[in-house]
Design a protein around this ligand. Structure first.
Ligand SMILES: [Zn+2]
Length: 359
């Protein structure tokens, strides 16, 4: 049996609701339906659907709800009110519930459910095709929480991880492509999250926000989809100092497969991964760097971000779908990682983290 993979960042519901993708269908069918659709640059180039997750033994994912609120005049896209953004996240949640109803997915909110789900995926008697994809619900950017008490409503629906910001200025914290901070409301939100022992996702915080988060937040912290600034020198990635601080908190960092975050030469909508020869192997350079800083392989894992508003046009050319995450086994062996390391990267590090966080 091949190894189980945990991917800590997939925007599944966003693809279902905003891209109108029926992720229960085979990948070819989804691509074929989009062949002549001009509305988005990644049409017909998606890499993620539930059958491909099963094919790649990606049996557990962290799946997002995602809806931004935009200030008047901002260049980012988003909703014009927190109520609209909340409504969008509720549509996304309803899609996850519908997938549960037809046995495609199952929600994991506590340790018991986690262990049961792992037992199922470790059961070689049951074909993987008959197993539901487990998901831990995460909110990428907190804009949609209309007021503080919405966090409790979301927690009751199984939300277990929150990132305060996404791109641009946010309601609780400013995010990627700004130099802003976590707002007083964001500090208050972190206190409420701490009481619930929720996971704080530091991905998409600014450098100042990162500092504030590590200072204020005493609960579990991870970086769900994040690469290394030493290799790709922009603020979206983690500096060595930040990586060391995350290691000090026993955090885990999910490596991502957006070419823009893998190779400094890549320019959105201009570059071609094949021309620049960006392969899956590039991500191992990022992982290597973190391992050198840590002195071990305990803090790296997968947070692919595949189909996070890009498709094959912006992911490594030697992969076709998310099932190809399994190719990392051979690539890692070639780079000198041992079997135990590969287990840790594929699932072990996220599991260590989750077992502690969901207790
Ligand atoms: Zn993201």
């Amino acid at each position: 049996m091949r190894r189980l993979i945990i991917d800590a960042h997939l925007d599944l519901a966003m693809n279902a609701i905003e891209w109108n993708r029926d992720l229960a269908q085979p990948l070819d069918a989804i691509r074929n339906r989009e062949l002549h659709m001009p509305d988005k640059p990644d049409r017909g180039k998606g890499t993620v659907c539930l059958p491909e997750l099963r094919k790649g033994r990606v049996g557990l994912v962290v799946a997002t709800q995602l809806a931004r609120v935009n200030r008047f005049g901002s260049s980012q896209t988003g909703w014009n009110s927190p109520q609209q953004a909340w409504a969008m996240t509720q549509a996304q949640l309803t899609w996850y519930r519908e997938m549960e109803l037809i046995g495609e997915m199952t929600q994991v909110t506590n340790l018991l459910q986690l262990e049961r789900h792992l037992e199922l995926w470790n059961d070689g008697e049951i074909p993987d095709n008959d197993k539901p994809i487990g998901y831990i619900l995460s909110l990428e950017g907190a804009d949609s929480l209309v007021k503080m008490d919405y966090l409790h409503r979301a927690y009751d629906e199984g939300l277990r991880a929150v990132g305060l910001s996404h791109f641009g200025p946010g309601r609780y914290a400013d995010g990627t492509k700004t130099a802003g901070a976590i707002h007083p409301s964001g500090i208050e939100l972190m206190k409420a999250m701490e009481d619930l022992n929720m996971i704080l996702d530091i991905t998409h915080l600014t450098d100042r926000g990162f500092e504030q988060a590590l200072e204020c937040y005493q609960g579990p912290i991870w970086a769900s989809h994040h690469n290394v600034r030493h290799i790709v020198p922009n603020q979206r990635q983690l500096s060595d100092e930040q990586i060391k601080r995350l290691i000090g908190r026993d955090a885990v960092i999910g490596g991502m497969l957006d070419c823009w975050a893998m190779d400094v030469r890549f320019i959105d909508t201009v570059s071609d991964p094949w021309q620049l020869d960006i392969r899956l192997d590039h991500l191992i350079d990022h992982w290597d760097h973190i391992c050198q800083l840590a002195g071990n392989t305990n803090h790296i894992a997968i947070g692919s971000d595949l189909d996070g508003i890009f498709g094959t046009e912006q992911s490594p050319w030697d992969m076709n779908s998310i099932a190809d995450l399994q190719l990392f086994e051979d690539l890692l062996l070639k780079r000198g990682y041992c079997n135990e390391d590969i287990d840790r990267i594929f699932h072990g590090n996220w599991l260590r983290f989750l077992r502690k966080a969901l207790k």
